[in-house]
Design a binder for this molecule. Structure first.
Ligand code: ADP
Ligand code: ZN
Length: 732
């Protein structure tokens, strides 16, 4: 038999199918083959009777790598889809489908020795056969009789290995190897699950979803409306029917609290897949899913590839979260992949969020997703009251500090009552906009209506969508003052300030610096939940998912930071962020307050976010997107050129740009925009970065995208790395 093999090397020159011969292999199996004269791992993706090459030159497969088929046919279809859609190399796609350490044989099934009795005799009979003074042997036999099979390591520790050896020799006990699954749940104490009666809105959501087993739904429920309970109930019902489920959450939400809930309700039937696990744990959790030992997969983005059969439901919580779009190779959109798998399995797809992405809500309005609304918090608890502070006013009245007077006052009150506060600092991208602290004016592109980015090196303002340059301003065109804000505040600085303001108060900080190790994230949150600190200062990381009953104050220190970011998603991201952060406040008995500091208090995004008026925001923003021809009405494509040699990058880009220009002339209505430029982040990791930006009309995407991919696949320099991003979430 001839097998089509993909060798597991991600260099683009070998993104080809190679023929090998062999007997008895299954499609989807991983095998060892000879490639370029060295043993190389590969995947069988097809089989055939004949090869188009010289049969004498076809090499034999060396051997299989696993004793199971690693990649099922379903995943090969998914792989085809992802290659077509995202222009990925086979090897990169296939790697997504297996635990990383399986490659290179870096992880194995863990087996341990177990000891058990080798005879059916009664305890008396066995004991009679042993010397009265052989205490250790007598104790060991009695122990096994009472407790059954036990791990050898435990037996050795308790009774000594000479007793075990002696009993084995006499044929009274025997040892055998058993597979031990490494579990990531150690240290999570379990209590019986909390059973809650669903409220009407939850019940209605569950029934609506379960009524259409192949439906696609968008659950829009305000923060604290009880969406988690809806997800868990649906999973429970689907699993009871013998089907499996995938539930995706942003990485950040995989907190010990969340895992505890899942474990309490589903026990060993749930398997966890995410990058924080040890390689052994990850492999074992994956195998448990593949072997049907567990039916529920929970995890961040990559869990969408859980090796489950017979999937009944795929649930994506916080569906608007940017982490669902992978922004490094291999790039893919998790929701689109989930959608493909749902269709493949005849499963239902449920997206949920308090602030759905504009794109998803638009899909729902167009009838392509069924919309379910849960507009009220559990027990009709009011949403937190948001107070907007005009920071230009603060500046004018002499307070140049980071904290407004109102925020200091509210902090004092909160601490006095023994409650907790969260202070939130916005961080996104690296670029900075130019803002007047006297009047709140922000420099924008006259053509694109997005904020301009300050380029310090050549002292210019630039638009990241059209490349237009502007001179740096020395005076505000609006109020004629020159009081532009420079630089940004950091979380550490805030922590220090708080120590000065409230010397006795314990403060925790959560940002990229304090969460380097894989457990640190959970540890900080746990400490805060236990009340070990009164104030938590953090970035985006503290925005989502957590349920801290004692938090009654949330301070948003720089409501503008992401609002004026130079990309069209800035307003949407800001709205989501503020709503999510505000949703952390007042989840328990005491009502919550939010203090939102901003230099542009009248901005519609902040006004609507302060009222948590998602629908109002949606209407306004979607009209703007339509008017300015941004997604979801168009598709933005970015082609990225990265390389150490600047000239090579420019040459490569220039060639392909010329071909794209030809294409644009041929399909003039398809291309709404085409330009080339340096990336805002000009150089990173010693490599130069250039980009081509394209805006396509929605109707032409299907026709044009393959042609763009073909151009990118054309003549290539090995020194330049080319990647294509569709609707990139980050344009740095
Ligand atoms: P969301 O995910 O929509 O923000 P959660 O699922 O976190 O909301 O629910 C908010 C709070 O309400 C949680 O503390 C949860 O335990 C509680 N809750 C959820 N459903 C019910 C219910 N049916 N009865 C009582 N409390 C509930
Ligand atoms: Zn512009």
């Amino acid at each position: 038999m001839i097998y089509s093999v993909i060798v597991d090397l991600s260099a683009s020159e070998v993104d080809r199918i190679f023929d090998y011969k062999g007997e008895g292999y299954k499609v989807g199996a991983r095998v060892l083959v000879n490639f370029a004269n060295r043993p190389t791992e590969g995947y069988i993706i097809g089989e055939k009777e004949k090869t188009d090459y010289d049969p004498a030159k076809i090499k034999e497969i060396i051997r299989p790598l696993d004793d199971f088929v690693a990649i099922s046919p379903e995943f090969l279809q998914l792989g085809e889809f992802m290659r077509r859609e995202y222009h990925l190399r086979w090897a990169d796609v296939l790697r997504l489908f297996i635990p990383p350490q399986m490659r290179g044989n870096r992880v194995k099934v863990l087996s341990k020795q177990q000891v058990c009795l080798a005879t059916e005799d009664s305890l008396d009979v066995i004991l009679d056969s042993l010397k009265p003074n052989a205490t250790a042997q007598r104790d060991l036999v009695t122990f096994l009789y009472l407790n059954g099979a036990t791990l050898a390591e435990k037996i050795n520790a308790e009774f000594g290995n000479s007793a075990l050896r002696a009993l084995k020799q006499k044929g009274i006990v025997q040892t055998q190897d058993i597979v031990v699954r490494r579990t990531p749940y150690k240290g999570i104490p379990l209590s019986p699950p909390q059973r809650r009666t669903l409220l009407d809105a939850q019940q209605n959501a569950v029934e609506t979803v379960l009524n259409d087993r192949q439906g696609k739904f968008l659950l829009h429920g305000v923060t604290g409306s009880g969406k988690t309970e809806v997800y868990l109930t649906i999973i429970e019902r689907i699993v009871a029917e013998g089907k499996s489920c995938i539930m995706l959450v942003p990485e950040i939400s995989l907190t010990p609290g969340m895992l505890r809930q899942l474990r309490e309700r589903f026990g060993d039937n749930v398997a966890l897949l995410h990058s924080g696990l040890s390689s052994g744990e990850r492999y074992d959790e994956w195998l448990r899913l593949k072997n049907g030992e567990a039916q529920i997969a929970i995890g961040a983005r990559s869990a969408v590839f859980a090796p489950l059969k017979n999937i009944g439901a795929i649930i994506i919580d916080e569906e608007h979260d940017a982490s669902y779009i992978s922004d490094f190779n291999p790039r893919y959109n998790t929701i689109e992949v989930a959608n493909f798998r749902a269709e493949q399995n005849g499963a239902l797809l449920l997206l949920g969020s308090a602030t759905p992405s504009l794109g998803s809500y638009y899909e729902a309005k167009q009838g392509r997703l069924k919309l379910i609304e849960m507009p009220e918090r559990i027990n009709k608890k009011p949403l937190p009251h948001v107070e907007i502070v005009d920071m230009t006013q603060e500046t004018r009245s002499g307070n140049k500090g980071i904290f407004s007077r109102l925020l200091k006052e509210r902090l004092g009150e909160t601490l006095q009552k023994g409650n907790q506060a969260m202070l939130f600092l916005n961080r996104r991208g690296y670029s900075s906009f130019l803002m007047c602290t006297k009047c709140g004016y922000v420099a924008k592109c006259t053509d694109c209506d997005v904020s301009l980015t300050v380029h310090r090196d050549d002292n210019m303002l630039k638009c990241h969508y059209c490349g237009k340059h502007y001179y740096m301003l020395d005076k505000c065109p609006n109020c004629k003052e020159s009081s532009f804000r420079q630089g940004r505040i950091g979380t550490q600085q805030i922590e220090e300030l708080l120590h000065k303001l409230f010397p006795d108060v314990k403060v925790l900080r959560m940002d990229a610096d304090t969460t380097q190790t894989k457990e640190s994230h959970g540890k900080i949150l746990d400490a805060f939940a236990k009340g070990e600190a009164q104030i938590l200062v953090g970035t985006q990381m503290i925005a989502k998912g957590h349920d801290f009953p004692k938090v009654t104050l949330v301070g948003i220190l720089d409501g503008d930071q992401s609002l004026h970011h130079s990309d069209y998603l800035a307003t949407e991201r800001t709205f989501q962020l503020i709503t999510q952060v505000a949703g952390r406040s007042g989840r328990d008995r005491d009502a919550g307050t939010v203090v939102l500091q901003t230099y542009t208090p009248a901005h519609y995004c902040l006004q609507l976010a302060s009222r948590q008026d998602y629908i109002g925001f949606y209407k306004r923003e979607i009209n703007l997107r339509e008017a300015s021809a941004f997604p979801p009405f168009t598709e933005i494509v970015r082609i990225l050129y990265i390389g150490e040699k600047e000239k090579d990058c420019i040459d490569q880009l220039t060639e392909q740009y010329a071909m794209l220009s030809d294409l644009k002339r041929k399909y003039s209505t398809a291309f709404l925009y085409l330009d080339k430029m340096r990336c805002p982040l000009k150089r990173a990791e010693k490599k130069y970065r250039f980009q081509i930006l394209i805006k396509l009309s929605k109707e032409s995407v299907k026709q044009i995208i393959p042609q763009i991919y073909a151009i990118c696949d054309g003549k290539k320099r090995s020194s330049v790395q080319i990647s294509v991003e569709r609707d990139p979430q980050n344009l740095s």
